[in-house]
Ligand binder design. Structure first.
Ligand SMILES: [Zn+2]
Length: 369
């Protein structure tokens, strides 16, 4: 509305209602003045959250939940020490949320270069599903395996009339329909992203008498049984897939009815921290080049414990990724194959022909919906 959006307020409201949304967050590029436009034009049954898409030349981020009159500057880069961190801190102090938007989009200026230390959520799904989104999901998964816990969201990024509002969108487990409640749910990962309101997911993990849903934790001891159940509706002819840090654990085909259930039993693994097998120094903050699957980590024990990764092995990863040469897999001894370049030369990842547990490059990614 106040940058390159083509819809009017009334058109956005109508589109949100048609999609069955209870809340929306609108974010113009580098201005939060949109909030003025909403004043007096919002129906009582639709929550509108004020936001800004801070569009730097080194990645875009969403400052969500900005109070009226607050604005976030965009004129800095990662070399400007602490600039992004300072703005993110201010957004947090105002009760807002920081989201790295379309972090792996290969367009100039869109690739995210500010790290995740001050980011509450990663936008893993932006508009119609593309390979960029699959790469975002893969990066998010690797990030979780490395112990960096950040929520994931899906956003419509609707600019013109041809872009659907609310596809995808986020379903939150919130205590109420208010800006603080919705932002809390997103911040904690108490949410899931779906293509449309036609799709519902019900995901639970149970151990003993305890139950956890998205974004929650289960109190577990070593080798406690964990029963995971996913119920899906509204996703005909799709595949529901369950991933853990060890890779794909279970999958089920959903027929034309759109209804399906996935069940899986796993066992709790030893805690990674603190523990005698994880007594090494803390890993450095993850950078983009560290997120891609690293052959050098294959020799770590246990495989999914970043604390057992030596600093020399870790530091060798960016250079291998940057040059696209890859390296032989220390675990399966597979030779490196040609790197996959899903986004120009910016973020190649080393590929492994024998698909060890971490190798997303050789594994299909399927998301319901
Ligand atoms: Zn953007």
């Amino acid at each position: 509305m106040h940058s390159d959006g083509k819809r009017t307020v009334d058109e956005i409201v109508a589109a949100a209602r048609q999609e069955g949304l209870h809340f929306i967050a609108t974010s113009d590029h580098n201005t939060s003045s949109t909030g003025v436009t909403w004043h007096g034009n919002v129906p009582t049954d639709l929550l509108v959250i004020n936001a800004e898409e801070v569009t730097t030349r080194h990645g875009h981020w969403l400052a969500v939940g900005l109070p009226q009159g607050e604005w976030v500057d965009w004129r800095y880069g990662p070399a400007n020490q602490g600039a992004f961190e300072g703005h993110a801190r201010r957004v947090h102090s105002l009760g807002g949320l920081t989201i790295a938007a379309h972090p792996l989009t290969p367009a100039p200026g869109s690739f995210w270069e500010f790290g995740l230390d001050r980011v509450d959520a990663l936008e893993v799904w932006n508009g119609p599903w593309t390979l960029d989104d699959a790469a975002n999901i893969a990066a998010w998964h690797v990030m979780l395996c490395l112990g960096k816990r950040v929520a994931a969201v899906g956003d419509g990024d609707a600019h013109s009339h041809g872009d659907a509002v609310g596809r995808p969108h986020n379903v939150v487990y919130a205590s109420g329909l208010s800006t603080p409640a919705v932002l809390d749910a997103l911040r904690l990962g108490r949410s899931y992203a779906v293509e449309s309101a036609a799709v519902t997911l019900d995901f639970t993990a149970r151990a003993g008498g305890a139950v956890a849903g998205p974004g929650e934790e289960l109190p577990l001891s070593f080798f406690d049984a964990v029963d995971v159940t996913l119920n899906v509706t509204g996703a005909p002819d799709s595949i529901a897939t369950l991933y853990t840090e060890w890779g794909i654990m279970a999958a089920t085909c959903i027929d034309g009815s759109g209804r399906g259930q996935l069940r899986w039993r796993g066992w709790a693994r030893p805690p990674c921290s603190p523990g005698p097998r994880c007594a090494g120094p803390s890993p450095p903050p993850p950078r983009w080049t560290n997120w891609w699957p690293s052959p050098t980590r294959c020799g770590s024990t246990p495989h999914n414990c970043p604390r057992t990764t030596s600093s020399s092995a870790r530091s060798s990863t960016p250079s291998a990724a940057a040059t696209g040469r890859g390296a032989a897999c220390a675990r399966c001894r597979a030779p490196p194959s040609a790197p996959l370049r899903s986004r120009g030369s910016r973020a190649p990842w080393p590929a492994c022909r024998t698909a060890p547990w971490w190798c997303w490059a050789s594994r299909p990614t399927t998301v319901c919906g």
